[in-house]
Design a protein around this ligand. Structure first.
Ligand SMILES: *[C@@H]1O[C@H](CO)[C@@H](O)[C@H](O)[C@H]1NC(C)=O
Length: 265
């Protein structure tokens, strides 16, 4: 295999997006439609939470945070599909690529942290209802959200620094539709041991810890719901939580699918 020694300035080619014209139109329309629906939905959530005083509770604030994250990550990951469709140029500059990578990784990390925060909020609301207002104070929520956002943006800096220092590439083609960490790692012939260590620590330890905390909250919630004696009360509590549990499952299963798809290639 010949390797391309290149400075990082030249950029990459995204080959995860079809070149077949008919298929491209179909993909473009589907992606555009999905993107617009999600954008409108998320903007509506953020606006409603900001404007409606009834929704000024920790859970809705965190939900609005999730919407902001969703807007960030869908906009960064999908923008190249729109650019490629309109310009037919699959090349993405290194700066765009690194920005995409940075925002997407930060958004994914923040999303799991916010999901854990929502899990904790529901745990306190359902299992410690009398202490809810003292525990989930405005101050604690503000603090949690700031820690999540600030640490999210800091945690990903090492990844960007390590990847920008790669100088050797087997190919310039990224087998994906946006610049993600593992597809880039796949095509480099530079030493990836530091990056791998960081991914292992960050990706596995921290994300698994957040997943564990989230699952633990829902286990506590479900056991306390099962102890509710009236069946209407139980149904009501289950009804409130099932949507959360669904969101958590969809998020983590798509994360695992996305990652394992990259790893197993
Ligand atoms: C995110 O959550 C924090 C803490 O609850 C809240 O203060 C902030 O307004 C939220 N951000 C958005 C965009 O809703």
């Amino acid at each position: 295999m010949s390797s391309i020694n290149q400075s990082m300035i030249e950029g990459f080619r995204l080959k995860g997006i079809s070149d077949v014209p008919d298929l491209q139109v179909l993909i473009f329309l589907l992606v555009l439609l999905t993107y617009l629906i999600s954008l409108i939905g998320n903007l509506t959530i953020v606006l409603l939470v900001c404007l409606d005083l009834h929704l000024h509770t920790p859970m809705y604030f965190f939900l609005a945070n999730l919407s902001v994250i969703d807007i960030l990550s869908s906009t960064t990951t999908l923008n190249m599909i729109f650019v490629i469709f309109s310009t037919h140029n699959h090349t993405v500059s290194t700066v765009t690529c690194m920005t995409q990578l940075y925002i997407f990784c930060t958004a994914t990390g923040n999303e799991s942290a916010i999901l854990a925060a929502i899990g904790f909020d529901r745990y306190v609301a359902i299992c410690r209802p009398l202490h809810y207002h003292t525990v989930m104070s405005r101050r604690l929520c503000g603090l949690l959200a700031s820690v999540i956002w600030v640490s999210g943006f800091i945690e990903m800096v090492p990844i960007i620094v390590l990847i920008s220092r790669f100088t050797c590439y087997i190919s310039k083609e990224i087998d994906h539709y946006f610049c993600d960490m593992l597809p880039i790692r796949d095509i480099t012939c530079s030493d990836t041991s530091l990056l791998d260590l960081y991914i292992l620590i960050y990706g596995n330890v921290i994300l698994f810890m957040l997943l564990f905390l989230t699952i633990a909250s829902y286990i506590f919630i479900i056991t306390s719901i099962l102890r509710i004696s009236s069946s209407t009360g139980r149904r009501k509590a289950f009804y409130t939580c099932s949507s959360h549990i669904m969101v958590v499952s969809i998020f983590y299963s798509s994360l695992v699918l996305l990652r394992s798809n990259c790893i197993c290639k």
